[in-house]
Design a protein around this ligand. Structure first.
Ligand SMILES: [Zn+2]
Ligand SMILES: [Zn+2]
Length: 339
């Protein structure tokens, strides 16, 4: 079979490899669609380390083979969650399931950018597999994982109805946040360097959008919130400048939600006495669990959020390099890799 793999030399290669062998309890998934995520690109650039160098985690597909698994049939259309917690360790029982030592231990083998991948027994037994409802396309299902991560983040940032939220970075994640904020009844503002993305942010429900090339974002957000600043700033970008803008743009007692993957070694230049004096806090959110993936599937299936309009590019596996180049461009929103 063909696969795109991130090799030891830090480069991606599209090549022929043996189809993974199943152990008891595993299934083989035929990949239909796998979203290209910002974190994949960070891995390609060697900026996201300390995790297994596996790329492709936003997949949907068809069960091609099973090995002693109950209730899953060949031909089933599924969403396989690449990481699942154990639900019984200290972290799982104390509100940090995505920090569970088992969470990142297993993954798709060899990754989501492959014609087939092995989905391990561990993930199946820990409820990491969802069957797709009738009418949900594989493209839509490839958004379950990123949407779930956004849902968990909004819970962690404690976003409530009528909160004013500035979303910094209006890429696929920022635009998903804007749609989810609308469901909660919060008021969203968006900031991005790309006019195309700002236009999309408006379409998805942002009240006002700003381009930091043109306006001072923190100053502007204060003007729009009776001088206070936003309740929450969501950093849907990997730039440390965006985090500082977030701190400057929130009100006293406000929160900065850290979502975009900062490059390894990022240092923040910020006078943090302001955090204490103004009781500002920063909350990070990393990945998602079963509960949020179910909610994400439900929102996408019931068209509460529109993921199809986020897709601007589709590429075949062998065109992976092209997808990476396009995804870095401002006019792209979401690039999908298809089988
Ligand atoms: Zn992702
Ligand atoms: Zn655990």
């Amino acid at each position: 079979m063909k696969a795109v793999l991130l090799d030891e030399d830090g480069k991606v290669h599209y090549r022929e490899i043996p189809t993974p062998k199943l152990q008891k309890g595993d299934i083989l998934v035929q990949m239909k669609v796998c979203g290209l995520c910002g974190s994949d690109i960070e891995k390609l650039h060697g900026r996201y380390k300390g995790v297994p160098p596996i790329i492709g985690h936003e997949a949907s597909g068809i069960v091609a083979k099973t090995n002693g698994v109950k209730n899953i049939e060949e031909g089933d259309r599924i969403f396989p969650h690449h990481h699942v917690p154990c639900y019984s360790c200290y972290y799982c029982k104390h509100g940090s399931p995505t920090m569970c030592s088992d969470y990142r231990r297993v993954h798709y083998d060899p990754g989501g950018f492959a014609e087939y991948f092995r989905f391990p027994r561990w993930n199946i037994e820990h409820r990491g597999l969802l069957k797709l409802p009738k009418g949900m396309s594989f493209e839509e299902a490839s958004f379950i994982e990123p949407t779930a991560c956004c849902i968990r983040a909004l819970n962690r940032y404690r976003v409530k109805r009528n909160d004013r939220v500035i979303v910094i970075g209006a890429g696929p994640i920022g635009l998903t946040f804007i749609q989810l904020l609308k469901i909660i009844g919060a008021k969203a503002y968006a900031s991005d360097l790309s006019e195309a993305r700002l236009k999309a942010a408006k379409k998805f429900g942002a009240i006002e959008v700003f381009n930091p090339f043109e306006v001072d974002v923190p100053k502007h957000i204060k003007e729009l919130t009776e001088g206070r600043g936003a309740d929450i700033a969501i950093i849907a970008s990997s730039s440390s400048k965006a985090i500082v803008q977030g701190f400057d743009g929130i009100r006293r007692g406000g929160r900065v939600g850290l979502f975009g993957v900062p490059a390894k070694g990022s240092v923040l230049e910020y006078d943090f006495s302001d955090l204490f004096n103004s009781e500002k806090s920063i909350i990070s959110s990393n990945a998602a669990t079963e509960e949020e993936t179910k909610t994400a599937l439900d929102y996408i299936h019931k068209k509460k959020i529109d993921v199809n309009s986020l897709i601007t590019h589709k590429f075949k596996l062998k065109e992976f390099d092209k997808a990476v180049q396009i995804a870095a461009k401002a006019e792209a929103i979401k690039a999908l890799i298809t089988s």
